[in-house]
Ligand binder design. Structure first.
Ligand code: ASP
Length: 411
């Protein structure tokens, strides 16, 4: 009997094959860039096409699906608490590892390290910007934070008008269902997309770029791994009595996808699918996951902690405990304001460096390897969203226990 490979196995094979081909193409990265990357971009565009209508429809449906305003408050509150606490823990873990492993020791600054410091909005502006003055413009611009605010308000209002809002409710339900279907169809191409996306990354960022900053890479990857095991594994076991092994197995396709695309927003459809396979009902996943993909970035926060410490150390400055507390606060906030797109975390790192008076030129050191760090942190970002969805569902006693296939890992 011929066994059909499931999607996650295919994606994993595509990733490994892509890395292998990328290594072979290191001598001529322009081939990878010119001929292979467009296929990856094509796939990425397909995914991007889904994101705005999917988030809008699923969050509107998710919000009125919660049934009453009290429940929106309760689930919203629990979700935000989990997001904030785990994010703050991530920065602390990043700083701790950076301290212990002396991440910047023995590295001297190359003379040409100059950065083009990007304009970043002030904290107050970020807060004010959350409310869209024109929700349609927010949709057109793809401003996720604004779309989320509008979707939650619209969902709650549809719920409040009851019977009168029925046609609108059914309209959004139909749109959400259609978007799920479209996601499923596009995902069939995911292995090819992953293959084409990873090749240029490996071919361009060969070992040469990675070696000098190997320690930063090791610390960020180690931190991400520890965070996943300790925080997600631990909270899943304690608060949801959910097998961490089963969780990591089911989240794998979404995390590999986030790893290759370095975009939480692009991985969103897959994260939702994974969380449903974990037994999270749609009413909860369609609320928690889009929210998480936009504001919950543990990997980004951890990376900002490590990088701030690294930059301080290579410039011969030592971060005091007080400064490290400032890093924890600003990195937590900065990660909330980070968009779920490639490279956004590096820009927001500016905010953290400024808060503790570190030289912005330090960004240039990180920029060369940022993509490699971005892949790991994005992978963790979306894993945190999925873990939160399972925990919220369990706390609401709405986790649907799915039968585990024979040979699978029991819950
Ligand atoms: N690429 C990350 C994400 O989409 C954000 C970041 O750059 O840290 O989750």
């Amino acid at each position: 009997m011929k066994k059909k490979l499931n999607l996650s196995t295919k994606i994993l094979i595509a990733l490994i094959a892509g890395i292998f081909v990328g290594i072979l193409l290191q001598g001529s990265p322009e081939i990878a860039d010119k001929f292979i990357k467009p296929f990856g971009t094509l796939f990425l565009n397909l995914i991007k096409l889904i994101v705005v209508p999917l988030v809008l429809a699923s969050l509107v449906v998710g919000t009125f699906g919660l049934g009453d305003v009290k429940k929106i408050g309760k689930i919203g509150g629990k979700t935000l608490a989990y997001f904030l606490l785990t994010t703050a823990f991530a920065v602390i873990l990043g700083l701790l590892l950076a301290n212990l492993l002396k991440v910047g020791a023995g590295y001297t600054i190359p003379v040409d390290a100059t950065a083009d410091a990007k304009e970043i909005p002030s904290f107050i502006d970020t807060l004010l910007n959350i409310i869209p003055t024109n929700p349609f413009k927010a949709v057109v611009d793809g401003n996720m934070l604004q779309i989320i605010v509008f979707a939650i308000m619209l969902g709650a209002s549809i719920m409040a008008v009851g019977e009168k809002g029925r046609s609108l409710r059914e309209g959004f339900e139909g749109l959400a269902e259609a978007m799920y279907k479209m996601t499923g169809a596009i995902m069939e191409f995911a292995p090819y997309g992953v293959f084409a996306l990873i090749i240029p990354v490996v071919a361009v960022h060969g070992p040469k770029v990675l070696l000098p900053l190997l320690k930063v890479i090791v610390v960020v990857y180690l931190g991400c791994l520890l965070h996943a095991i300790l925080v997600y594994g631990g909270t899943l076991k304690i608060f949801a009595n959910y097998s961490p092994l089963k969780f990591f197995k089911l989240v794998l396709p979404a995390s590999i996808f986030a790893f290759t695309t370095a975009s939480s927003a692009a991985a969103l459809p897959l994260t939702m699918k994974s969380s449903e396979e974990m037994g999270v009902p749609k009413s909860i996943s369609s609320f928690v996951i889009p929210l998480g993909a936009t504001i919950n970035m543990d990997g980004t926060a951890l990376y900002q902690g490590v990088c701030a410490f690294f930059i301080a150390q290579v410039y011969g400055l030592n971060l005091t405990i007080g400064q490290q507390v400032t890093v924890i606060l600003t990195a937590t906030l900065a990660s909330i304001g980070t968009a779920g797109v490639p490279g956004a975390g590096l820009i927001m790192l500016t905010m953290v460096l400024q808060a503790v008076g570190l030289p912005l030129e330090g960004l240039a050191l990180i920029a060369g390897i940022d993509r490699v760090l971005d892949m790991a942190r994005t992978s963790i970002n979306i894993t945190g969203d999925a873990a939160c969805a399972v925990i919220i569902a369990a706390s609401e006693k709405e986790l649907i226990e799915k039968p585990v296939k024979t040979g699978g890992i029991p819950a």
